[in-house]
Design a protein around this ligand. Structure first.
Ligand code: T46
Length: 135
């Protein structure tokens, strides 16, 4: 599968850099929730789920990690090492993150509030849901 990358505009001057992310402009949805993952221990991989309906955009504010996206047929790995590059995580895409640098801050914008019922945390249940099942 081809990852959907969003390039954020870098606004900078002699003082340094600034990136603004605007709902429904720089990300293709209204933003209901923002969270960030940081202080990830060496060797930790996290995620390993898909969402039924949630859309998200992830961007590293600092540091780097890799995002693995899997649509049930093909996998792709995106190196996230730029705060100018967002990765769209669409519903029904299995994803996990690995190879976090110790300074990585992974910011995620989501179009819905947290709802554990939206998670598919079992890979077979993900495939079943994707193929029209109801598990
Ligand atoms: C995702 C990837 C990229 C909340 O209570 N509220 C929240 O908004 C979130 C995101 C999590 N939580 C709770 C649920 C768990 O008890 O925080 C705990 C850790 O969440 P989780 O194990 O789901 O973390 P990751 O890194 O596996 O996944 C997270 C997001 O949950 C998920 O939606 O797509 O980052």
């Amino acid at each position: 599968m081809k990852p959907q990358i969003i390039n954020f505009k870098l606004l900078g001057d002699e003082r340094g850099s600034l990136i603004a992310i605007e709902a429904e402009k720089s990300v293709p949805f209204p933003v209901s929730r923002v969270y960030y993952i940081f202080g990830t221990k060496a060797g930790v991989e996290r995620g390993f789920h898909a969402h039924k309906a949630l859309s998200q955009v992830a961007v590293v504010v600092t540091g780097s990690c890799e995002m693995v996206l899997d649509d049930g047929e093909h996998q792709t790995t995106v190196l996230m090492d730029s705060s100018e590059k967002g990765v769209l995580i669409e519903p029904k895409v299995w994803h996990y993150m690995k190879n976090f640098s110790s300074d990585c801050v992974l910011l995620v914008l989501a179009d819905q509030h947290y709802d554990e019922a939206d998670y598919l945390r079992d890979y077979d249940a993900f495939l079943d849901f994707k193929n029209g099942g109801s598990k």
